[in-house]
Design a protein around this ligand. Structure first.
Ligand code: MG
Length: 256
């Protein structure tokens, strides 16, 4: 009986020792080097595509919409030729010839556009001074206006989402000085019945200053009232002829 107990105790001791040794080894294995722990949070896919950039040129994956020479990428909103002028590397609104739009259609985009208010309208006030506009998908206007020391309703000044959103700052430069917008636009989504399932959103930097911060667009731009969304697909970019000879240059788009 005693011998049996001794044997049982010996077995238990051996088992305990084995467990202790194995546990120690496992614990030793668990203890990783810092570089091993760092590797656990490295994500290697997807690899971002390469976009080449430089100070002077648009990003390599951009669609250049105006290169300073021709209006080849543009047409009148009636489908005829764009009748604006090209002058000294800029395209200039020819008043009363109508808006122009890109031949290509766009959905979600990053847009860079440079513009300059004319000196000629400096004597005019409010909405009459250097008025034009960037209509995203032909419908949603980011206002262009000479808003340098020029009072108007703030939801209609430069860099407003016209009649919808006041810019966070007035970053305007004076007339005859080049300015720029960098715009990130997310187009609205509609279901198969044409019901809005997600509104459009826009972010705008005016001369490098954030002025619209992921703003929800309420519907198409209108001078009077606030019309509701109507279903549409990808659509051209349109520039407004508001009767003032506003200049544009260096226009490019990246499809998102
Ligand atoms: Mg306008």
């Amino acid at each position: 009986m005693q011998a049996k107990t001794i044997k049982k105790n010996t077995v238990l001791t051996i088992v305990s020792l084995c467990c202790f040794v194995l546990g120690f080894e496992a614990a030793a294995k668990e203890k990783k080097e810092p570089w091993e722990l760092a590797q656990e949070t490295e994500v290697w896919e997807p690899v971002p595509k390469v976009v080449t950039t430089s100070e002077k040129n648009p990003p390599s994956d951009a669609v250049v919409l105006f290169d300073g020479k021709s209006l080849d990428q543009w047409q009148g909103v009636d489908g005829g030729a764009a009748r604006w002028h090209v002058d000294k590397g800029a395209m200039v609104v020819a008043p009363k010839t109508g808006d122009i739009r890109t031949k290509e259609t766009f959905c979600d985009i990053q847009l860079h556009i440079e513009w300059k208010s004319p000196k000629e309208t400096r004597g005019l006030e409010g909405q009459g001074r250097g008025n034009s506009g960037v209509f995203l998908q032909e419908r949603y206007e980011v206002q262009i206006l000479d808003s340098y020391k020029n009072e108007t309703y703030p939801n209609g000044q430069a860099a407003s989402v016209y009649k919808q959103s006041i810019p966070l700052a007035n970053a305007s430069r004076g007339p005859d000085v080049w300015q720029n917008y960098d715009i990130i636009f997310r187009s609205p989504r509609f279901d198969e019945e044409g019901t809005l399932i997600k509104p459009a959103y826009v972010t705008v930097l005016h001369n490098g200053v954030l002025v619209q911060d992921h703003v929800e667009i309420q519907g198409p731009t209108s001078w009077i009232g606030q019309p509701p969304y109507e279903a549409h697909g990808c659509a051209p970019l349109r520039l407004q002829d508001h009767g003032n000879p506003v200049s544009f240059r260096n226009i490019w788009v990246r499809k998102l």
